[in-house]
Write a protein that binds this ligand. Sequence first.
Ligand SMILES: C[S@@+](CC[C@H](N)C(=O)[O-])C[C@H]1O[C@@H](n2cnc3c(N)ncnc32)[C@H](O)[C@@H]1O
Length: 239
Amino acid sequence: MLKQAIGRTLDRIYPWLSDHVFLRAYAWETNLMASIDPEAAVGGNWEQIGAVYFQDFIKHGLRPQHTLLDFGCGSLRIGRHLIAYLDTGNYTGADMSREVLRAGRRVVEAEGLTFKQPRLIQTQGELDFSFVDGRFDYVIATSVFTHLRRHQIEECLSNVHKVMQPSSTFFFTFLEGDGRITRTAFRQPFYFYEEAASRYGLHVNREASPLEQQLVSTRRSSQKSSRSLSSPPSPSLAD
Ligand SMILES: C[S@@+](CC[C@H](N)C(=O)[O-])C[C@H]1O[C@@H](n2cnc3c(N)ncnc32)[C@H](O)[C@@H]1O
């Protein structure tokens, strides 16, 4: 109820905010929601969504020895499965919301996973992956692009190669739609991701998914064609 009311109000305000303020406002909202209900703050359906995506990643080759970066990890809806599964030290989660990370640390403790030494990083919303060192076998961003503007997604796609090896896979989810913007669900057509990814040397593949959010796997098509978006395209209200 409170969530819907806050959401409706913010939906009206968000299109008018600059990118920086937009991300700060989004982090503020997530902090607020997470302090009330950390499971609902990341979209709810805690058990189902966590388990479905975790199984998907296993199906697509994730093994305990792999390293994984969970970009926009939230309160560890999927992260808790990954931490339990991966070898010690192989899970890194990053999020710009202090409160979801706090909730995530509680989950790690409650589920007896501290010994797995997950690394949880609070970011400032950077989309260039400068908040982390190293490269990962898998990078995931579930229910993250559904909250970002087009050019922010593009910025992320242009930089993700920095944390990928040539053989790495980047999974993200999206909500199919016509580009209509509301704060709670940014919907884009699949060709937007295909075209944006190919500009940065990435090949996307749409995977079958039982959930409303579609799962996409992304691989580097060739090292040569990877390039960074040095200055992101100028923001517009329509994207
Ligand atoms: C809907 S939640 C999903 C959380 C988690 N991936 C999951 O599926 O349960 C989206 C999360 O992405 C985080 N997020 C969005 N944009 C981000 C950015 N630019 N940098 C870091 N975190 C971001 C939000 O703070 C929020 O916790």
